[in-house]
Structures are given as C-alpha cells and as structure tokens.
Write a protein of this length. Structure first.
Length: 250
C-alpha cells in the first residue's frame, strides 16, 4: 500500500469547491472525528499557530487557548462563517488567500512556532511549493504539521470530485517535506477502518460526496476506533500525519 506519489486529474475548480463546501457542512457536525484528528496533532502544536485551510473552523475551535491563531482559506464564504463563529476571541484572526501568497506584508516570515495543514495539501498541485511556504512561516524552532488522505489505493470518485491531486504514503509525504527543506520528526497512519470505508464509498460505490448518515455512524464509532489504535498502531490508514522542522541549511 506504500504507493508512489501519483498526480491525478482533479475535478474542475468550481465543481470541486462546491463538493468541498458541501462536505465541510457534514464534517462540521462530526465533533468526535474533528477532536480525534486534533488530539493526534495536539502534542506538536505550540503557542502561535497558522492554520492553512481553516474552512469554517472545524479545527480552529480547539485552538482557542493559544496565544495567536491565524486561519487562512481561499473561500470567502467559509471565512465569513469562521469569523462570525469566533468573533469574541481576540487571539483569532483570518486571512483570505492561498498558501503560495504567504509569507507577505500581512503575515511575516518566521512569525509562528506551529503551522498546521489538515486535509488541505492534497488539493494543491505544487505540494512542495506549498510546504516551502509553510516552512518560511515558521521560526527557527517551528514545526509544520500536516495531515492528508493516505494511500493511492483508496483514490476514487470522492477524491476526484473534491479536487484531490493525490493521496499520500508516509514515504511520499516525507519526501515532499524533505524537498521543501524540512526534516521529518514524526509520521503516523491513523483510521484504518476509515480506509476501507473510503475505498468502498469512493471506488466501489463511486459516490462523489460524503453521506451524512454514514459520517454520523462513523462519528459514533470514533472513541472505539481511537482506543483500538492506541493499543495497536495501524500499518496503514485513511489518513497520514507528518511533522517536520526547518532544516538548518534551508
């Protein structure tokens, strides 16, 4: 299952944006799932955070105790929802754009000790370029924390409709980090049962959207899946996490 990185033909941008936005509405209601993802990356997140692809704030909601949080998203409608949701939190702000716009005058290089990018990098054609921008936003001891869909063997209609260029293995994502001038400090597969669910929905049934009923059922299963994977670390999964730090010679 440790397949090489393969570029796929993504959906048309407008169609992909519509599918992604529809799915965000489903995922927004999956508190157990969102909290599970956050708990997996929580140990690596420090006090100042730049969140790439914050969407409507599914993960932002768990960062409110940080000193500074800046959320980035290219979709104005998502940012309006996120801004309204967190309007009372003075440590949280949002900027519109894509990661290749940063760092810039608005958000300076070296401003953060944590850059997180969860379920976003797969949407970006130039993933090494995007990771390079994330590295530049980090200070000397900063960390880039990425979670992406895992394993091209699960690539199906949902990936295409969401505009996913690829799915990753530990090896291919680590290679992208290395090419972007970072040393990999940690990698992990998670959600092995979700791999089979995504394979079934996207490749076998050829569905293009996440079904709310199926997502809600899995959301109820999350505590049990998490408990199992704490005992037995899976050798594959629906997602893969990699954490990297800027290389001294970058």
């Amino acid at each position: 299952m440790d397949s090489p990185l393969t570029l796929a033909a993504p959906a048309f941008p407008d169609a992909a944006a519509e599918e992604v936005y529809a799915s965000l509405g489903v995922i927004d209601k999956l508190y157990n799932y969102n909290h599970w993802i956050f708990n997996k990356v929580r140990p690596f997140i420090r006090r100042t955070v730049f969140e790439v692809g914050c969407g409507t704030g599914n993960i932002t909601q768990f960062l409110l105790n940080k000193d500074r949080v800046v959320g980035l998203d290219p979709h104005a409608v998502s940012l309006r929802q996120a801004s309204e949701k967190f309007r009372d939190h003075l440590n949280v702000s949002f900027v519109e754009g894509t990661i290749d716009d940063f760092p810039n005058e608005q958000v300076a290089a070296g401003s953060f000790d944590s850059v997180i990018c969860l379920n976003v990098l797969e949407h970006i054609a130039d993933d090494v370029g995007a990771l390079t921008c994330m590295r530049k936003l980090c200070n000397a001891k900063g960390r880039v924390i990425v979670l992406v869909p895992a394993l091209m063997s699960a690539y199906g209609e949902m990936d295409r409709s969401f505009g996913h260029f690829r799915r990753y293995s530990k090896r291919t994502l680590s290679r992208a980090f290395n090419d972007a001038g970072m040393d990999v400090k940690y990698s992990l597969y998670m959600n092995a049962i979700g791999y089979f669910g995504w394979l079934w929905e996207g490749r076998v049934m050829r569905r293009k959207r996440i079904r709310p009923q199926a997502a809600a059922t899995f959301n109820r299963m999350v505590p049990f899946v998490d408990a199992f994977e704490r005992v037995i670390r899976p050798p594959f999964g629906q997602s893969v996490i990699v954490v990297g730090t800027p290389r001294n010679d970058s």
